[in-house]
Design a protein around this ligand. Structure first.
Ligand SMILES: [Zn+2]
Length: 386
């Protein structure tokens, strides 16, 4: 039900834009698509839903529009933001958000009380560190329900350690560390690819609109979800370990989006670097560690980490080489050492002062209805199965 508000809101804004009208204010829009609509017989079902949920859907739409406008006017840096799209109740992923105003409540018996929905049984994956400011209920493509809480968490710094590390994210290994450790890439997607391929073939043979097709869609979504879950777990363990063992962590600022367009795409996405780097970043911020991405144009695999000589480009097949200075290098460990050196140098150049990182957006998948709308203060990611 809730998503239709966003549809209505998006449509009202789009009409206003096409008619050359001024941007509808948030208040006007809210009046038009919530307050007035509730009074019409065909929209009276809106009264069955908590008003906060409707307002949240509109608030997300407003943020999406603002991002779009600042993007086309050039005020917003980075990639261009597309105008908000209509949502459909046929979308695979659905989400609603309740803020504190909605008076959602954690009951003593472990259930979650949501206004106009009721008391839900929750399988808590861990205790909440503080009172949550909002809860998002998500139904994913595999038909599973999750409750994701936004909790403003105090930083929880770890005792200082001496070690610092550079990380080379590669194709032969998921990660190679400057201390010589190599972490094998878990090719979850490929291992599961055969099963997925079979499920997808099953799906393609089903008639459009049939019930069997719907069932097959869910099966494919479940298989995908399982792979994504185990990959995320594994990345959480690895990133937690790296942050715990090192005072500073440097990675190359890889243009993963650009790489994703080449034929290496499958490996790149299998590896899921972007998600992993994001984990390192927010864990470092919470745990009082230094994290930085080094300049992506450094020829890290061509430079000798011992003498600094740039020895020319080397095809991917060259796994080790000897510099004229006598140093023998493993290609990836040498690159990781160069990343560490570059990260240290760049940190020192920043006036020698450690700048406190700005509030980090919540991890994408884990809060908010529209990913672009998520700009919370640093939040503890937490997904709790319902
Ligand atoms: Zn050398």
């Amino acid at each position: 039900m809730y998503w239709r508000r966003t549809v209505k809101g998006a449509r009202a804004r789009q009409r206003a834009r096409e008619a050359g009208e001024a941007f509808l204010s948030d208040g006007d829009l809210s009046k038009r698509v919530i307050t007035q609509a509730k009074q019409t017989p065909e929209r009276d079902w809106l009264g069955e839903v908590s008003a906060v949920v409707l307002q949240q859907a509109l608030a997300d739409l407003n943020v999406a529009y603002r991002n779009f406008f600042t993007s086309i006017s050039g005020k917003r840096q980075g990639r261009k933001v597309a105008p908000p799209r209509f949502r459909s109740r046929k979308d695979n992923r659905q989400a609603i958000r309740f803020t504190a105003n909605a008076r959602f409540k954690m009951l003593d018996n472990g259930r979650l009380r949501l206004p106009k929905i009721g008391d839900l049984a929750v399988r808590w994956s861990r205790p909440l560190p503080a009172a949550p400011t909002s809860v998002t209920v998500i139904r994913d493509a595999a038909g599973r329900y999750f409750a994701s809480f936004v909790v403003v968490a105090a930083d929880d710094p770890l005792p200082a350690v001496d070690a610092e590390v550079g990380i080379d994210l590669g194709l032969t290994h998921f990660a190679v560390l400057s201390n010589g450790k190599k972490v094998a890439a878990p090719k979850f997607l490929r291992r599961a690819a055969r099963k997925l391929r079979r499920l997808q073939q099953d799906l393609s043979r089903k008639q459009r609109g049939s019930n069997n097709r719907k069932k097959a869609v869910v099966k494919v979504a479940r298989a995908h979800a399982r792979v994504a879950d185990s990959r995320r777990d594994w990345q959480h363990q690895l990133s937690t370990r790296i942050i715990r063992d090192n005072q500073a962590v440097y990675v190359e600022d890889l243009c993963v989006v650009g790489l994703g367009r080449t034929r290496l795409a499958k490996s790149v996405h299998d590896a899921g670097w972007a998600q992993f780097v994001q984990m390192l970043e927010y864990k470092a911020a919470r745990r009082g560690r230094t994290f930085a991405k080094t300049n992506r144009f450094l020829p890290t695999s061509q430079t000798c980490s011992t003498c600094g000589r740039i020895d020319g480009s080397k095809p991917l097949s060259v796994r080790s080489w000897t510099c004229p200075c006598g140093a023998v290098h493993d290609r990836d460990v040498n690159a990781a050492r160069n990343i560490l050196a570059a990260g240290r140098a760049e940190s020192l150049n920043a006036c020698g002062a450690q700048v406190r990182p700005a509030p980090l957006p919540a991890p994408r998948r884990e809060a908010g209805i529209r990913p672009d709308a998520v700009r919370s203060t640093r939040s503890v990611e937490g997904i709790f199965a319902l």
